[in-house]
Design a protein around this ligand. Structure first.
Ligand SMILES: Nc1ncnc2c1ncn2[C@@H]1O[C@H](COP(=O)(O)OP(=O)(O)OP(=O)(O)O)[C@@H](O)[C@H]1O
Length: 359
């Protein structure tokens, strides 16, 4: 799969932009705050319907404008498709594929697969569990529309259950029976998340392990574990056992919303004992493994977006990554093209980004 072009209208600092991409390596370079990440963000949004750095669509619309528009043309097995995203200040965004409006995000997910890699990803191991769950969810949503459906519903039910717990805590004990209704739904959607995460992490681990060995010259053995909060079959019972605690703390204390991912290097927990370098290398292995697994499962190569990440990697890791991505369409942002002088990377197209214009 490749992205052939993008057109932006009133998106962030772009009044109007039309850009063609090469099927291989594309570089967007320029000083800070010129609009490089804005292009990456618009591509990501066309794939997932969400920005990777903002939860508020209004922020994406150019200052003083009411609406913004993104159009990307993608090519898959020699067939072109068009994705349109229409952002409005006071209304829900509109998404259309080949001119046909869609009303469910799940219809978009999987149409255009991208993987984004930014400096924040290098902190994935060090960060809190929320970021690691987010990583899992993002990948699974792109791979499986049903996962997205179950995740959305799980989050909704969890919110409602937590609201109910607050009410019961404020002496509304007659609402207690309603908890059971939410429990059944939470378990129904939660079980799906647990099964899919288990499968995905198992596959990911085999690949991550091989990649990390390659990256470290066979010195390190990296393993990934699913640190699940509760087993699928025990979920309902756990919710019931926790009634007193949940009401007292006014929150749901068990479920996949409390899951985590653990990383071991040579049988030692990387979060606790790993150096900063080891943590970053493990994160890089994870990201490269993600490219492989998405390619494998979807039987197609995703588009890779490398946002400002190369300067964060030392020479060896940079070389490994660049070697790996040779056969994948990649869009790289950086401050200077000279960053690549020593990397032997073949650049197929490069654009200079300056104040919301591209040359
Ligand atoms: N809604 C908006 N309307 C107009 N301009 C915006 C809007 N949101 C952000 N900007 C502008 O976009 C620019 C930032 O763009 P971007 O984040 O793409 O920078 P960048 O080139 O990737 O920089 P860096 O190298 O620092 O990451 C800033 O000048 C900011 O003022």
């Amino acid at each position: 799969m490749i992205i052939k072009s993008i057109a932006l209208k009133n998106y962030r600092n772009y009044k109007y932009l039309k850009l063609d991409f090469d099927p291989k390596t594309n570089i967007l370079y320029g000083n800070n705050a010129q609009g490089k990440t804005n292009i990456i963000e618009a591509i990501y949004l066309s794939s997932t319907s969400k920005s990777h750095r903002s939860n508020n669509d209004k922020e994406l619309i150019c200052f003083e404008e009411e609406e913004a528009h993104i159009r990307v043309i993608i090519e898959k097995e020699e067939k072109e498709s068009k994705i349109d995203i229409h952002l409005k200040k006071n209304k829900k965004k509109g998404v259309a594929i080949n001119g046909l409006p869609i009303n469910k995000v799940s219809q978009l997910l999987g149409t255009f697969k991208v993987i984004i890699f930014s400096p924040e990803d290098l902190k994935l191991i060090k960060d809190g569990p929320k970021q690691r769950r987010h990583f899992l969810d993002l990948e699974l949503c792109q791979l499986d529309p049903l996962y997205y459906y179950n995740l959305q519903n799980y989050s909704k039910v969890l919110k409602q259950r937590n609201n109910l717990l607050k009410k019961i805590n404020y002496k509304n004990s007659d609402l207690f029976d309603t908890l059971k209704v939410w429990d059944d739904q939470l378990v129904q959607y939660g079980k799906y998340l647990i099964y899919k995460r288990t499968e995905f992490i198992k596959e990911l681990n085999t690949i991550v392990n091989r990649i990390h060995s390659g990256l470290t010259g066979n010195l390190e053995n990296l393993n990934l574990f699913y640190d699940l909060n509760v087993k699928a079959d025990a979920f309902l019972k756990k919710l019931e056992d926790n009634y007193e605690k949940d009401i007292r703390t006014k929150t749901t204390n068990s479920g996949p919303h409390r899951d985590d991912l653990l990383f071991d290097i040579n049988n030692k927990d990387v979060r606790k004992y790993g150096s900063q370098g080891q943590q970053r290398t493990a994160a890089l292995s994870l990201k490269i493994a993600e490219i492989e697994i998405v390619s494998q499962i979807s039987k197609d190569k995703p588009v890779l977006l490398l946002d400002d990440v190369l300067s964060e990697l030392d020479n060896n890791r940079q070389k490994y990554l660049l070697e790996y991505i040779k056969s994948i369409q990649t869009i790289i942002t950086c401050t200077g093209i000279e960053d690549f002088m020593n990397s032997h990377l073949e650049i197929n197209k490069s654009y200079k980004v300056l104040d919301g214009k591209v040359f």
